[in-house]
Write a protein that binds this ligand. Structure first.
Ligand SMILES: [Fe+2]
Ligand SMILES: [Fe+2]
Length: 181
């Protein structure tokens, strides 16, 4: 958290980091893996983006080495930019989940904000699926990355959306998506 706050002040980026952390923790429990490790990877995945947007996923290597963070964490963080800003492929389940849910949390966030309740708590998979198909909605969200990620995970899109919503529910208050339910 201290490292994140040292490099990130933007509220939207911090909320995004917290959303991804929450979803990663949730998926870790589904894979019987360490939620702390998965959560921290999620929290720090965009560490360099605010200050060094043009060197995203590259500058972070330098920063994390300086902070004596381990190579596994660095590899995982870098791999979320696979095919976009790096050629480091997601290998582990943790890396594949991070790659898949990063853009998806953005789509879910945008979907929530369109709703009368402004909440993730009563959001359905169907609503998100609909927004996924409507390419004009939240056009900045890269649908291909999400699709590729589902293939890597060998899971249907519906299931990944459903679990990502569940993960975001666990941090709804922190990320401003409790709304008026
Ligand atoms: Fe990123
Ligand atoms: Fe991200």
């Amino acid at each position: 958290w201290n490292i994140l706050k040292e490099y990130n002040q933007d509220e939207h980026l911090i909320n995004h980091a917290l959303a991804v952390e929450g979803v990663m923790r949730y998926f870790a429990t589904l894979y019987n893996e360490d939620p702390e490790k998965w959560g921290i990877t999620g929290l720090l995945h965009d560490l360099d983006y605010e200050k060094y947007p043009k060197e995203h996923c590259k500058k972070v290597v330098e920063i994390m080495k300086e902070k004596n963070l381990d190579d596994e964490l660095i590899h995982s963080v870098v791999s979320h930019g696979y095919g976009l800003v790096t050629d480091v492929k997601p290998e582990s389940n943790m890396e594949k989940v991070l790659y898949t849910i990063d853009e998806l949390t953005g789509l879910i966030n945008a979907t929530c904000l369109m709703r009368p309740s402004k909440s993730v708590l009563d959001l359905t998979t169907k609503s998100v699926k609909k927004k996924f198909k409507s390419s004009g909605f939240a056009a900045g969200v890269n649908r291909d990355v999400i699709k590729n990620g589902c293939e890597m995970l060998d899971k249907p899109l519906e299931e990944v959306i459903e679990k990502t919503i569940e993960g975001m529910k666990t941090v709804a208050a922190e990320i401003g998506l409790e709304g008026a339910v």
